[in-house]
Ligand binder design. Structure first.
Ligand code: 5RP
Length: 274
């Protein structure tokens, strides 16, 4: 009698334990799923905004028989998709000039005509992304480390058209973008340049480190990148010129008076251009 009572007790205990474990598991499973769903929808919203901006810019700015500068980053991928569609549908004749290894790959993979600044030093329109855009259309670029070639190609173009999602639209530089202003430097000069910028303008320069390689990021030009966490709002034209004059600086990610038009994809799926 005692034996069967104990057996009943043990079975009940096991049942309770199994139920408890199952509900804990199911709670944590549901939590992860709903959490990742939430995250996914934010990402989807941003991707849609990038795509809408890119489509708007390519529809508006690309003409037949033109030389086009192709920027770098994730938003430009959507512009390339739209460009390929238009080339096929409208039989457009365009030559694409890359701003990075990534852009060159995109042009080649999409079987568009590839040019360079030696064959085509004059560009009709460059389309590129940005990390931040202020009210005067001053840009921070170089989040992807391609700022130097991007600036060279942009400077050769009649028009620089920027495509960005709504998170890049700011009143002033540094309002939303917290990763600083990228500055490409000759490797041997990274420390003197870092000290000089601190002496001249304050803030902190951080040597950008690689994620899947030991040591610093090495640009398409074989250089390093300093991300300058600047102290506040300044006269970006003056600051850009002063930093560019420091020996060892190749280029800054400050694009002052360069952007002709900016297309922002908004969270509600619409596009505005400034
Ligand atoms: C790369 C760049 C990019 O254009 C900028 O970082 C924006 O990239 P994304 O379109 O991925 O937001 O300047 O050097």
């Amino acid at each position: 009698m005692n034996y069967s009572k104990n057996l009943l007790k043990a079975s009940l205990l096991s049942l309770i334990t199994i139920c408890a474990l199952t509900s804990v598991w199911s709670f944590s499973f549901n939590f992860t799923v709903s959490n990742s769903n939430k995250k996914l929808s934010t990402i989807q919203l941003l991707e849609k905004a990038k795509r809408m901006a890119a489509v708007g810019a390519v529809n508006d700015s690309i003409k037949n028989n033109s030389i086009i500068g192709i920027g770098s980053g994730s938003t430009i991928v959507y512009a390339m998709k739209r460009l390929v569609e238009r080339v096929k549908q409208e039989n457009l004749n365009v030559i694409c000039i890359p701003t990075s290894f990534q852009a060159r790959q995109l042009i080649i993979e999409n079987k568009l005509k590839l040019g360079d600044l030696q064959t085509h030093p004059k560009i009709d329109c460059t389309i590129d992304g940005a990390d931040e855009v202020d009210e005067k259309l001053v840009l921070i670029k170089g989040g992807g480390g391609c700022l130097t070639q991007e600036k060279i190609v942009a400077a050769c173009a009649d028009k620089l058209v920027i495509i960005a999602d709504y998170t890049k639209k700011s009143k002033f530089l540094g309002e939303h973008w917290k990763k600083g202003i990228p500055i490409e430097v000759i490797p041997m000069a990274y420390l003197p340049v870092k000290l000089k910028i601190k002496e001249m303008f304050n803030g902190e320069c951080e040597l950008r480190m690689a994620k899947a390689k030991a040591g610093p990021v090495v640009t398409d030009n074989g250089n390093f990148i300093l991300d300058w966490h600047f102290p506040g709002v300044g006269d970006w034209g003056v600051i850009n010129t002063a930093i560019t004059m420091i020996p060892g600086v190749v280029e800054t990610g400050l694009f002052v008076n360069m952007a002709t038009k900016v297309f922002f994809g908004l969270a509600d799926g619409t596009v505005i251009s400034l």
